[in-house]
Design a protein around this ligand. Structure first.
Ligand code: ANZ
Ligand code: ZN
Length: 866
């Protein structure tokens, strides 16, 4: 039996003691490879999702290192955040102590996995040595006008007592607390991410796949694009019919709306403003009922997705405006709950015939519905498509929609009633949190000078440790001395800002700090320029907009502040799928841990004491609440790290959801045993002491090469290609095939030189997945210290790797039209693609539709067309 416990411990000790994973010096950025997994929040325990994430990163890091790249592969802790504070409230442990304890225990479960991190570069974002630098960035952004303070309605989480970014509101509920969010007026600090909207959008093009760079998944690019939400349209002025009805509290002669459909102006039948619009506020002063209506609106959720499903509500202010294109038409102005203050101008005109929402609204409030686009006759209203020609629209009549749009824009511009305008859905980033366990915002509020940044030499503004959590709210507010200080400008008594930064601030630049984790300066430009961009960034798709957009924005800002010279921090993004497991419930609907459940012969489940039936509910993402979790620590103890690593990378492509199955893990454990047995047999059969690296049998011409040598090179080629395409599951499947071939070959006839080469390939191709085993077996077979050899990849002899080839006849409707050369056992898809590209075949299939394809493996492909 393979003694994985002692083997894994032995090599982990040596790797640590000898700093095997120390980052090499980089003289140029040639042949560098920066592999990074998203840094974890130190919740206390590693879960299987982490394991999957880190295994992907580790296999890539080890593979690239073996290929001769200089690899940076760091790890750290996203250590600020609410749970630490909650623990302080519930258990009386100081957030710092709680966090440090969790980091220590998580590291204890990470180390046994044999991950090749350079721990010398470890970062914990809650240490002043880290966050002091971001306070400096904050000040520099403040000085550049990228930071401002604003009073506005915010999303307030009543349980966590904190402001949430729009992104942190999911279906109208706080992303952590899960309770409905309310609106609250508050002063807070914002970052002008909207200044970078255009660049954030345009650069997405560069993140697409390019030769040699896999790029970002299309779905993530789309999510970012939608999040930025660029809309091209126009601002249009609607003059008030009677300015005296508006009163003195509103200072414009007109209501300005944003529209993407100015061509529909002739179909306008009302205008509407958001409940926070100044016009609404002005009217509410004189109209108590409206005031009540506005109050009710504020209680309803503020996100767009929540609004799109909420019942449309409006209140007629009594104010009338003129349609600029049709001056005798007057339109009522409503306050409506579906208009967002933060988008466009917070005011719209409604065209019910061509917009769902406006249509519903018009029906409800009995407003006219005038079609201005003639769609296909069978189309009913509202007709939202844009094909068709304009009707009932004066000078726009008979034009196509897009032509009419341009003409309407020209018209409003020429008549001084509006102009073209681009709007973004993206909002500025509200970074203030009324929380203790975060990076203090380095601002001092002076009664004379206002908000004044802390002097750079006074940084870091250190979070005090002597705080109490016996009352709700922010303990920094109540601290007896911390916030009292002097104004750096006029020396008056002043107070510190007690808000701390959103924790996304820390994760927006940590990947840069890994290049120079101990530097006195925030960033060492030379080091950062050499290592960045991150070549492979690996994490969950749940970060597609939040973290990844902020990190891109931060990089652009740091470029503009002179810290670096590139804009995009991550070249290739790998988003891993979730780790799922069956969830179990007993008769009473209580969730049960998999360890409390036993499977019976007939496939049904009972509790382990056999007394109660159990229902297997479904396979879903492992989560504490459903108890469908498997503890990685336990799995490593029972099966070993290598078996777990191989298992979690097997069968399922890395970006697809993975179904946990402990029996299959047992299969990986058996594979480890098989590998070990084979190593022992070989070490007895051959004496490789004459040298380690194979001489690459240059002496053996390919005709004379033994079959097993050819097989080994064939698999080396396949495994290398699979790894390069992140098809980790295929790489493992190929290795299993290679092992089978080796088992089935007779050792007596194998010359030692050939055996050496086969063994070398066999061990090194599994090493990224099972590094402990690879070291142990290498030592056993080659009788040398393996450490130096683990960072090498076997040299491929192309001539030996040639697959046996076949000629496949290609027919169209049964007539021979060409042939395709391919490797033995090639799949149908490959042949078909090649066949359809043949000129002789194209001639007979072009313009026809393929009815059926008949494929006889290794022989024939017949395409039937009509
Ligand atoms: C008139 C119109 C007629 C519109 C029509 C649509 C269809 P996107 O494309 O998502 O940018 N709008 C503008 N500001 C708004 C706000 N603050 N809150 C809610 N809705 C707002 O959407 C732009 C359209 O959304 C604009 O074009 C406006 O309605 C509405 F047949 O103007 B439209
Ligand atoms: Zn002052």
């Amino acid at each position: 039996m393979y003694a994985f416990r002692s083997v894994e411990e032995k090599w982990q000790k040596r790797w640590l003691a000898e700093h095997s994973d120390k980052t090499p010096e980089l003289s140029t950025s040639k042949q560098k490879c920066y592999v990074l997994e998203m840094l974890p929040y130190p919740s206390g325990k590693i879960h299987m999702g982490h394991v999957r994430n880190y295994c992907i990163g580790d296999v890539l890091a080890r593979f690239k290192k073996a290929q001769g790249y200089k690899v940076l592969h760091p790890q750290g802790w996203d250590a600020f955040g609410l749970p630490a504070e909650n623990a302080a409230v519930q258990n009386g442990i100081a957030p710092k102590t709680w966090t440090e304890r969790n980091i220590a225990s998580m590291k204890d479960t990470l180390l046994p996995l044999g991950l090749s991190y350079d721990w010398d570069r470890e970062i914990a974002t809650c240490s002043p040595e880290y966050y002091g630098h971001e306070q400096r960035f904050f000040i520099e952004m403040f000085e550049k006008g990228l930071v401002y303070q604003k009073e506005s309605w915010v999303n307030w989480d009543p349980v966590d007592c904190t402001v949430l970014a729009n992104e942190q509101v999911v279906d109208g509920k706080g992303w952590r607390s899960g309770v409905p969010v309310v609106k609250k007026l508050m002063k807070h600090w914002c970052l002008r991410i909207t200044d970078y909207a255009e660049k954030l959008l345009n650069n997405l093009e560069r993140l697409r796949e390019q030769p040699g760079i896999a790029g970002w998944p299309e779905k993530v690019l789309t999510m970012q694009r939608n999040w930025i939400g660029k809309s091209e349209g126009a601002l249009v002025r609607f003059e008030f019919v009677d300015i005296s009805t508006v009163g003195n509290d509103y200072h414009d002669q007109a209501l300005v709306v944003f529209t993407t459909r100015p061509e529909t102006l002739f179909g306008a039948s009302f205008c509407a403003v958001a409940c926070d619009h100044p016009l609404a506020a002005a009217c509410a002063k004189r109209d108590h009922e409206l005031e009540q209506f506005i109050d009710d609106c504020r209680k309803t959720p503020v996100t767009e997705s929540a609004l799109s499903t909420a019942e449309k509500q409006g209140y007629d202010t009594g104010i009338r405006v003129k349609n600029p294109l049709k001056p005798d038409q007057t339109l009522p102005v409503f306050v409506a709950n579906f208009v967002l203050m933060e988008y466009g101008t917070g005011a719209v005109f409604g065209c019910p015939a061509h917009d769902e929402r406006d249509f519903d609204f018009a029906k409800k409030y009995a407003l006219p519905i005038t079609p201005v686009i003639e769609g296909p006759t069978e189309e009913r209203l509202p007709y939202v498509a844009t094909n068709g020609k304009m009707i009932h629209s004066d000078f726009l009549n008979d034009l196509a929609v897009l032509e009419a749009r341009a003409k309407a824009c020209d018209w409003v511009e020429q008549h001084g009633v509006g102009h073209r305008k681009v709007t973004y859905r993206l909002r500025d980033w509200a970074v203030s949190r009324q929380r203790y366990w975060g990076c203090p915002i380095p601002i001092i509020c002076c009664p004379k000078c206002g908000a004044v940044p802390v002097q750079i030499e006074d940084l870091p503004v250190v979070l005090p440790e002597d705080v109490d959590f016996n009352e709700p709210g922010n303990p920094l507010e109540r601290h007896p001395s911390w916030k009292h200080t002097k104004c750096p400008q006029c020396e008056s008594e002043a107070v510190r800002e007690t808000d701390t930064l959103d924790t996304f601030f820390e994760s927006s630049w940590y990947f840069l700090r890994y290049c120079c984790p101990k530097d006195k300066e925030p960033l060492n430009k030379e080091a950062v320029e050499k290592w960045l961009p991150v070549d492979f960034y690996i994490g969950g798709v749940e970060h597609a907009v939040l973290h990844l957009l902020y990190a891109r924005f931060f990089t652009m800002v740091l470029k503009d502040l002179g810290y670096l010279s590139f804009e995009e921090p991550f070249s290739t993004l790998l988003t891993q799928g979730m780790v799922c497991h069956t969830s179990f419930q007993d008769e009473k609907g209580q969730w049960l841990y998999p360890s409390e459940v036993e499977r019976q012969n007939d496939g049904s489940y009972v509790t382990t004491d056999g007394k109660h039936p159990v229902m297997a509910v479904r396979s879903e993402k492992m989560s504490k609440s459903k108890k469908n979790i498997i503890d990685p620590e336990q799995m490593v103890k029972t099966y070993g790290a290598d078996a777990l690593r191989i298992f979690i990378m097997s069968d399922t492509p890395y970006d697809k959801d993975f179904d946990w199955n402990t029996e299959a893990l047992d299969g990986s454990w058996k594979y480890m045993n098989k590998l070990w047995r084979l190593s022992e047999i070989w070490s007895r059969a051959f004496d490789f002491s004459g040298g380690v690296r194979p001489s690459y049998s240059s002496a053996i011409p390919s005709e004379d090469a033994p079959e097993l040598l050819k097989t080994a090179h064939r698999y080396l080629k396949k495994i290398t290609r699979a790894l390069e395409q992140f098809a980790f599951h295929k790489a493992i499947a190929f290795h299993r095939e290679l092992t089978r071939e080796i088992e089935n070959s007779s050792l007596e006839v194998l010359p030692v030189e050939v055996a050496r080469e086969v063994a070398y390939i066999w061990l090194l191709t599994i090493a990224p997945f099972a590094p402990h085993f690879a070291c142990e077996a290498f030592e056993l077979m080659f009788r040398v210290d393996p450490l130096g050899f683990m960072s090498s990849w076997p040299l491929l002899r192309e001539d030996l790797a040639q697959e046996e080839s076949v000629t496949i006849a290609v027919q169209v409707n049964g007539k021979l039209r060409g042939t395709v050369e391919a490797t033995l056992d090639v799949d149908q898809e490959t042949v078909q693609t090649a066949a359809l590209a043949l000129e002789g075949v194209y001639k007979f299939t072009n313009g026809k539709s393929v009815k059926r394809v008949i494929f006889v493996p290794n022989k024939l492909l017949n395409i039937v067309v009509v």
